[in-house]
Design a protein around this ligand. Structure first.
Ligand code: PRT
Ligand code: ZN
Length: 216
């Protein structure tokens, strides 16, 4: 029905560091959602909105393909995986940084240290672009998890990973030496949807921006 096709679809993280605040933001916008623990989707009862609960890494693909119209992800994931996503707004939560780190005892002067070195990361694209800009020729090794243990098991001389408090680096005997990217949660959209759906999105965006202003 036309009512269905006008309903905006938003993808948010199912369970993780973005989940709670993404849902809270929608609720603060006055949107009523009844969620059941393992549901993959939910419908708002008072707004033409459907919520899809996904792994954060999958959200860029779903939004690009139009399976969802908009999504909430970390900027780090947007830049690593997003090819044609529109950045609508920064949301001010899930702040962190993507940093380069080396074993604590290493003598480190500047980024040229990484020339000819092996770096383990889950962010090969962002790191590759960073090194290119800095004229550093490093060997980037893609690892999908537990990046911090790579130096201690002899897999690499450094890592590039997400840091917030720094305690993970510390407990793995690593020190942070360069910030590659500062990140926070962002609202992204498929650039190609329009009509009623776009109007509904603009209504939602207006509410989000009011919420953010009043929370400041
Ligand atoms: O299951 P799914 O794939 O959906 O979740 P995920 O495990 O991939 O992601 P999740 O929930 O860990 O993170 C989602 C987003 O939150 C990330 O993409 C970042 O944008 C943001 N974020 C904010 C963080 C952190 N802070 C963070 N501290 N993401 C990851 N970490 C990890 C980091 O990888 C490292 O292992 O926490 C550790 C470092 O934390 P500190 O405090 O010890 O420095
Ligand atoms: Zn993930």
């Amino acid at each position: 029905s036309s009512e269905n096709s006008n309903r905006l679809k938003i993808a948010i993280q199912k369970s993780g560091r973005l989940s709670e605040k993404s849902l809270a933001l929608l609720k603060e916008c006055g949107i009523q959602i009844t969620t059941s623990p393992n549901a993959l989707r939910a419908e708002a009862s008072n707004f033409p909105l459907e919520i899809l609960f996904l792994r954060d890494d999958d959200i860029p693909e779903y939004v690009q393909d139009g399976v969802a119209d908009v999504g909430i992800i970390g900027e780090n994931v947007m830049l690593e995986k997003g090819k044609k996503l529109e950045l609508i707004d920064k949301l001010g939560f899930a702040k962190c940084r993507l940093s380069l780190a080396v074993p604590r005892g290493t003598t480190y002067d500047d980024v040229s240290f990484f020339d000819g070195k092996r770096i383990a990361t889950s962010y090969p694209k962002i790191l590759g672009e960073y090194f290119k800009e800095k004229n550093v020729n490093a060997e980037i090794h893609m690892i999908s998890g537990s990046v911090e243990i790579a130096p201690s098991i002899g897999l690499s001389e450094g890592v590039c990973d997400i840091v917030s408090s720094g305690s993970t680096l510390l407990s793995n005997g690593l020190k942070e030496v360069e910030t590659v990217l500062k990140s926070e949660a962002v609202l992204v959209a498929n650039p190609d949807f329009n009509g009623e759906k776009r109007k509904n999105f603009e209504k939602l965006l207006f509410r989000m921006q009011s919420v953010r202003r009043s929370n400041k």
